[in-house]
Design a binder for this molecule. Structure first.
Ligand code: PGA
Length: 251
């Protein structure tokens, strides 16, 4: 079984004061988390604050987005090198909100994945289908084509340096979680697709589930064979809930 990873995605929430309180409340709940890697992705302007707050803890820092460019005249963008310089270890790429609200394409997501690796970051590649795609029976095809774009860009060896997060769009922020069986079925499909390229790397690839993971359902999801942890949005803003979710990953 792979080591579990739990990543908090704070999205566009927080202030300096509330961040400080949340981390102070969280740290006691995250004691003794052997065998679980925890990372927090705050909004960009707070990365430096979080780097300070997490300084001598085992909790890693991550960014919610990354530019596909290395440097230059790209107003408003943040490069992988800058994120690494601020102490980030992870960068989310292709979150469904970036894809749907900001028009990120599969090709751009693939370039972001590569940019993260170039900067020494671990890219967390988010994949997921909409409810219409699921109802039409296209879930595996959609996930397959999102994955293919990155595989074609970097190859299986480089892909395996990252993390994959399966996040059904219909489950994100809706309170409607995929059932453990639904999530496991997609995770298994992803692992099989990767195994066709390289079975050894596919077995070790961390596959996280995201989409309305809560304190109440985390343990059941994490108990599935091909679920190696979670990407947590709403519940990561609540210290008790996030603490419970991380503890559930220890089992
Ligand atoms: P949620 O978000 O846990 O609030 O559904 C997950 C995500 O968007 O990463």
């Amino acid at each position: 079984m792979n080591e579990k990873i739990v990543i908090a995605n704070w999205k566009m929430h927080g202030t300096r004061v509330s961040n400080h309180k949340l981390i102070n409340d969280l740290l006691p709940a995250l004691q003794g988390m052997d065998g679980v890697k925890v990372a927090i992705c705050p909004p960009m302007p707070y990365l430096a604050q979080l780097a300070d707050l997490l300084g001598d803890t085992t909790i890693a820092l991550g960014a919610q987005n990354i530019s596909e460019r290395a440097q230059g005249a790209f107003t408003g963008e943040v490069s992988g090198q800058m994120l690494a310089d601020l102490g980030c270890g992870y960068a989310l790429v292709g979150h469904s909100e970036r894809r749907s609200l900001y028009g990120e394409t599969d090709a751009q997501v693939a370039m972001k994945f590569e940019a993260a690796l170039r900067a020494g970051l671990i890219p967390v590649l988010c994949l997921g289908e909409t409810i219409y795609q699921r109802r039409a029976g296209n879930t595996n095809a959609v996930i397959g084509s999102q994955l293919k774009a990155v595989l074609e860009q970097v190859g299986i060896e480089q892909l395996a340096k990252g993390v994959i997060a399966y996040e059904p769009v219909w489950a994100i922020g809706t309170g409607e979680t995929a059932s453990p069986e639904q999530a496991q079925a997609v995770h298994q499909h992803i692992r099989h697709s990767l195994a066709a390229k390289n079975p050894r790397l596919a077995a070790r690839m961390p596959l996280l589930y995201g989409g309305s993971v809560k304190a109440e359902n985390a343990a059941q999801l994490f108990a599935q064979k091909d679920i190696d942890g979670g990407l947590i949005g709403g519940a990561s803003l609540d210290a008790d809930a996030f603490g419970t979710i991380c503890q559930a990953a220890r089992i």
